[in-house]
Design a protein around this ligand. Structure first.
Ligand code: AMP
Ligand code: FES
Ligand code: ZN
Ligand code: ZN
Length: 325
């Protein structure tokens, strides 16, 4: 193996790991080496390091606390996020709740639901909410692909954003938090650069996006902005949390996955590359003004934002197309 960003005492690792076999904090045997931080940690100090990164990300973004609704899919990222944020409640003055959206994707959705129900039992002091899209909106994700030519993942992403925002707005939350990690974010910006999607860069993800109350838009938080998939995976394993460990069957062909693979070579060359890349983009964005979206209106059916000229948002249009509105 040429590169491993997280080492579980991996004797075959050829880089970096041998630099330190001991936790840099307490000198106990390390269980992991984090190349970009040039540090090895024991279990306890990795967990502290992980939570500190979440705290710093939120603090640097100017987060001042509030009511946070976490979108929990049952995957390792959002499961780690829910656990970490609920254990940091007192440090950052937040109230946290979880929302699971049942997308009706066969076994994948039923297994994810099982995981989230298990999490609800384990995290007694967190309120859990459930939103079944078939029950509430009249369709499942697989059904949408019959009437729309877009990839399932893109359709699904728009629906999840609409549900999370609407639910959070109607239940008085200040923010929706999602488990997007540095791999997702760096890949999003890399793809936008390589395909000349300037607008995607200008409107791309940030650790904190403030809400726009007059447009019924709740703020967005991405507390794992600078944490990798592998760090999230290690966190859930170390805490002993269950998660759904197989991918959504509809997302396999997504081109974003292909772009994600490009990072492996870059990171073997420079372990800080992803973080530096994203920080550079954010720095550049600070000096730019995104084009004003003056055409945002509220959907004439559901009352949530849309840019469509017929004042029908994506979800309402989809429901109309499917004959369920
Ligand atoms: P994805 O769009 O699948 O990459 O997921 C990104 C983030 O959206 C996850 O980390 C979750 O925070 C949230 N999310 C994804 N799927 C669901 C779901 N079914 N229910 C609630 N939140 C979700
Ligand atoms: Fe949305 Fe798979 S989870 S298409
Ligand atoms: Zn230690
Ligand atoms: Zn609508």
């Amino acid at each position: 193996m040429k590169y491993c960003s997280l080492r579980f005492n991996n004797k075959n690792c050829l880089v970096g790991c041998e630099l330190s076999q001991k936790c840099i904090v307490c000198k106990a045997d390390a269980i992991v080496y984090i190349p970009y931080a040039r540090a090895a940690f024991c279990r306890e100090h990795f967990i502290k390091f992980y939570k500190r990164k979440i705290l710093n990300t939120l603090k640097d973004a100017g987060f001042k606390g509030g009511k946070v609704l976490i979108g929990v899919s049952g995957g390792k990222d959002s499961v780690a996020l829910l656990h970490a944020l609920s254990s940091l409640r007192d440090d950052i003055k937040i109230e946290v709740a979880a929302l699971y959206i049942d997308l009706g994707i066969g076994v994948y959705s039923s297994k994810s639901l099982e995981v989230v129900r298990g999490l609800e039992k384990a995290l007694e002091n967190v309120s859990f909410y459930y939103f079944d899209i078939k029950e509430n909106l009249g369709f499942t994700i697989p059904e949408t692909t019959k009437v729309l030519k877009r990839p399932a993942c893109a359709i699904c992403g728009s629906i999840k954003r609409w549900v999370l925002n609407k639910f959070a707005y109607e239940h008085g939350f200040d923010y929706v938090a999602t488990g997007h990690n540095i791999d997702d974010i760096a890949t999003f910006y890399l793809k936008a650069l390589l395909t000349q999607r300037t607008e995607d860069i200008l409107r791309g993800p940030e650790p904190l996006t403030p809400g726009v109350p007059e447009l019924r838009l709740v703020g967005r938080l991405r507390p794992q902005f600078f944490l990798s998939e592998r760090e999230n995976m290690l966190y859930v394993n170390l805490i002993g949390l269950s998660f759904i460990d197989f991918p959504c069957p509809l997302s396999r062909r997504a081109t974003l996955f292909k772009y994600k693979g490009l990072w492996e070579n870059i990171l073997s060359l420079n372990p800080v590359a992803q973080i530096n890349f994203v920080k550079t983009i954010l720095d550049i964005k600070k000096h730019l003004t995104p084009p004003k979206q003056s055409n945002i209106k509220l959907c004439k059916v559901c009352g949530y934002p849309t840019t469509a000229s017929d004042e029908l948002c994506f979800v309402c249009r989809l429901r109309k197309k499917l004959g369920v509105l």
